[in-house]
Design a protein around this ligand. Structure first.
Ligand SMILES: NC(=O)c1ccc[n+]([C@@H]2O[C@H](COP(=O)([O-])OP(=O)(O)OC[C@H]3O[C@@H](n4cnc5c(N)ncnc54)[C@H](O)[C@@H]3O)[C@@H](O)[C@H]2O)c1
Length: 297
């Protein structure tokens, strides 16, 4: 998003982040380094749990793309408090501050993790929400706060339920990054479980486009997914092929809190936002391989 809006000199872009050490903050700094030279870019180090600070900086802001979160299903199983404080209370702080500051709209990054227990596939937005991890609960609470702040206080909001996002600048603790990195080094690739879990993977640029469209219209919740799902086994095999690797696949015990399957019905986003994903998993993996090689990650 930052990259997109910086191209328009009329837009002033503020990047707000606390550089949390959930993963190496140097990765985050490297990701935003190219933006520093833009005159319309400002970096503010701050924490969404700090409401007085949010209040101080919430001046002349039209749109908020709310991506800040304690991400990660697995870590939330070990420490359920922090995801609640950052994702639920942090979002509430943001909404509470924005409603008094004439913000035009908050585009909230939500997650397929809000669905949890699968009743049918693909998930549409009417599917019951019964999260199976503290992370999923915290993201669901954030969605509810967004909806209620529009209904009660007229602060426009929309929540985009991302389905596993990948691509340049992605989180390094996610399977696609780890698998690609290992494949490019011909190291073994470990799958947690037997590889039959499946995911709907969404390419980063498609996520950016969904956010831009949701800035202009839409209210409530929208699935933002690639629109196809593949098993983790198929993913590993695709990555080995893309990387032309000799890596072997090994298996370890499945991890608690991980959903069995995710698959997005994206008709609502198509109909109401005019959004459709453009990048297939094969195209996305090729681009991501080049990115990793370019930056020697
Ligand atoms: N990556 C995915 O597959 C995926 C899937 C579904 C939803 N999401 C959502 O997308 C958003 C971005 O996720 P990501 O995967 O890029 O994760 P990420 O960890 O790379 O990005 C989150 C950012 O929030 C910052 N942050 C954390 N706590 C903060 C706080 N208290 N105050 C200010 N900043 C804070 C982090 O430093 C980090 O830069 C999150 O809201 C996440 O829940 C991601």
């Amino acid at each position: 998003m930052t990259e997109h809006f910086l191209q328009d000199p009329e837009c002033k872009v503020i990047c707000f982040d606390n550089f949390d050490d959930y993963y190496n903050p140097l990765v985050k700094k490297r990701n935003i380094e190219p933006f520093a030279s833009y005159p319309n870019f400002t970096l503010i180090k701050g924490d969404i749990r700090d409401r007085p600070f949010l209040k101080k900086i919430m001046i002349d802001i039209d749109y908020i793309f709310h991506e800040a979160a304690q991400a990660g299903v697995r870590i939330s199983v070990d420490d359920p408090i922090k995801p609640h404080e950052v994702n639920a209370t942090g979002t509430l702080n943001l909404l509470e501050t924005a409603k008094d500051a004439d913000v035009k709209k908050i585009i909230n990054a939500s997650s397929s993790s809000v669905y949890g227990k699968m009743k049918y596939l693909p998930f549409d937005e009417a599917h019951p929400t019964e999260p199976v991890s503290p992370y999923g609960i915290s993201k669901l609470m954030a969605e509810h706060y967004c909806r209620v702040f529009q209904e009660l206080y007229d602060l426009k909001t929309v929540s985009l339920r991302y389905f596993t996002v990948y691509g340049p600048r992605m989180r390094p603790d996610l399977a696609i990054h780890i698998f690609m990195h290992r494949a490019l080094h011909n190291e073994p690739i470990t799958i947690f479980g037997d590889g039959t879990k499946s995911r709907d993977f969404t390419y980063m640029q498609d996520i950016v486009e969904a956010n831009i469209m949701a800035m202009k219209k839409g209210f409530g919740e929208y699935n933002i997914g690639g629109g196809y799902n593949i098993t983790v086994q198929q993913l590993a095999e695709k990555i080995i092929a893309v990387a032309r690797s000799t890596s072997k696949i090994t298996y370890e015990k499945a991890v608690k809190g991980d959903a069995e399957h995710t698959s997005a019905n994206i008709k609502k986003a198509e109909k109401e936002l005019g959004w459709i994903p453009k990048i297939t998993i094969d195209e996305g993996l090729e681009i991501y391989k080049k990115w990793i090689q370019q930056y020697q990650l």
